[in-house]
Ligand binder design. Structure first.
Ligand code: ADP
Ligand code: ADP
Length: 229
């Protein structure tokens, strides 16, 4: 468990155009915060700054109270588990795809980890077994099945911070709600940042931040924001 703080973060990819205008927000350890906003608002940029693909022009980003510029790349990557919108699976079995979340894990270790209640819930909903070959030469999984494998891969790593970047946005509503339902149980009491352009994608957050053109324009619970709509 680790908290995340953005403290007055200013950022632009090029000097003429500021993307984040002094962004401040806090994700307390163990809480689930969602960031919603239209395309181009700067949502994915937040993830790229967390991973230090870029550094802020000014302001600070803290993980567990530490400025991420003072943290090694290895511990930063260990602290963060990301599930992007279109996860890439390896041409291997479902089990090994999940194992790759924990480098060096043996199949037996992965099987043990996937028996853990939460992850078993995820995998249990897959019609295929862990030994099913997927990818080019194997079975082609549906978008929802693929995201289930990708999420399990991230969960097996057991990172203190989970980052979902439009992880279910490309799925049909039913599949999305199904996965969100499983996540509800799995991600409870885990530091989670969910990025999405739709409110429906992040139904279960402690707090929702609305980002527009690099500024926070609203903040509240799901119910509060729907009421204001
Ligand atoms: P969102 O995730 O909310 O759709 P992004 O964070 O991806 O928004 O992008 C915010 C803004 O930054 C957009 O106007 C986008 O065009 C711009 N942008 C994103 N990536 C780059 C980049 N690598 N170079 C220059 N501009 C970028
Ligand atoms: P690890 O390499 O420690 O297993 P992850 O599984 O959490 O790290 O990350 C998977 C991949 O996603 C990494 O290669 C990482 O560079 C990449 N990545 C990190 N941040 C983002 C982001 N904001 N958007 C897309 N991909 C990202």
């Amino acid at each position: 468990q680790a908290g995340v703080v953005f403290d007055n973060v200013v950022f632009g990819y090029d000097p003429e155009r500021t993307i984040l205008h002094g962004l401040s927000f806090e994700v307390p350890a163990g809480s689930r915060v969602a960031i919603v906003g239209p395309s181009g608002a700067g949502k994915s940029t937040i993830g790229r700054l967390l991973f230090r693909f870029y550094d802020p022009l000014s302001g600070r980003i803290l993980i567990d109270g530490q400025d991420i510029r003072t943290v090694t790349q290895t511990s930063l990557r260990a602290a963060l588990g990301i599930v992007p919108q279109d996860s890439v699976l390896f041409n291997d079995t479902i089990g090994y795809n999940i194992a790759y979340g924990r480098e060096g894990a043996t199949m037996a270790e992965v099987e043990a980890a996937t028996r853990g209640a939460a992850i078993a819930d995820f995998i249990g909903r897959l019609p295929q077994g862990l030994d099913t070959e997927v990818g080019e030469r194997g079975l082609k999984l549906s978008g929802g099945e693929k995201q289930r494998v990708a999420i399990a891969r991230t969960l097996v790593k057991n990172p203190p911070i989970l980052l979902f970047d439009e992880a279910t946005s490309a799925l049909d509503t039913r599949t999305e709600q199904d996965i969100l339902g499983t996540l509800r149980a799995v991600a409870a009491n885990r530091t989670t940042i969910s990025i999405a352009h739709r409110l429906s994608t992040i139904a279960d957050s402690d707090s929702i931040l609305v980002l527009e053109q690099g500024r926070l324009v609203e903040q509240g619970s799901h119910a509060e924001l729907l009421r204001r709509d």
